[in-house]
Design a binder for this molecule. Structure first.
Ligand code: CO
Length: 150
């Protein structure tokens, strides 16, 4: 069947890598490690109560590394750390200018969006969602809205 270039063939347009994210059992120790062993600048620690994580960002030069420690009993990264006790790469985040379009395409392609299936708003006011690793060759992929006004 000929495709008509309609809705169904829309792609998730990626503008670049926003951050890599690592789950760690002890955020302070991890910050110390990146500051002292690599000499990287690290942001202040932030608690994101509704996402169940305590985070800080490491400046790697061309990309940020997100360090996450579980926060609270229901933290979504707790199970990950039970399996990977010293920590490990948890997800990577890609930027897109059209977040709602990306979400629609993800659903149309039959990929599973984590949570209730809609986008959430990050602590810096950007929309984002996660695609289940079973649909992405094993990587948890976060898709985040690309906007520069933050
Ligand atoms: Co992230």
């Amino acid at each position: 069947m000929e495709n008509n270039g309609g809705e169904k063939n829309k792609k998730i347009k990626i503008k670049g890598l926003d951050h890599l994210s690592v789950a760690v059992p002890d955020l302070e120790k991890a910050i110390d490690f990146y500051q002292n062993s690599f000499g990287c600048a690290v942001t202040n620690t932030k608690i994101l109560e509704n996402q169940g994580v305590k985070i800080a960002y490491v400046d790697l030069g061309n990309v940020q590394l997100e360090l996450m420690e579980p926060y609270g009993e229901t933290s979504p990264i707790k199970k990950f750390l039970d399996r990977n006790t010293s920590g490990g790469i948890h997800h990577f985040c890609l930027r897109t200018e059209d977040l709602e379009g990306a979400l629609q395409t993800t659903r149309q392609e039959g990929m599973q969006v984590l949570g209730d299936g809609s986008a959430s708003i990050s602590h810096h006011g950007k929309k984002f969602f996660f695609i289940h690793p079973k649909d992405t060759f094993g990587s948890l992929i976060e898709i985040e809205e690309d906007k520069n006004d933050h």
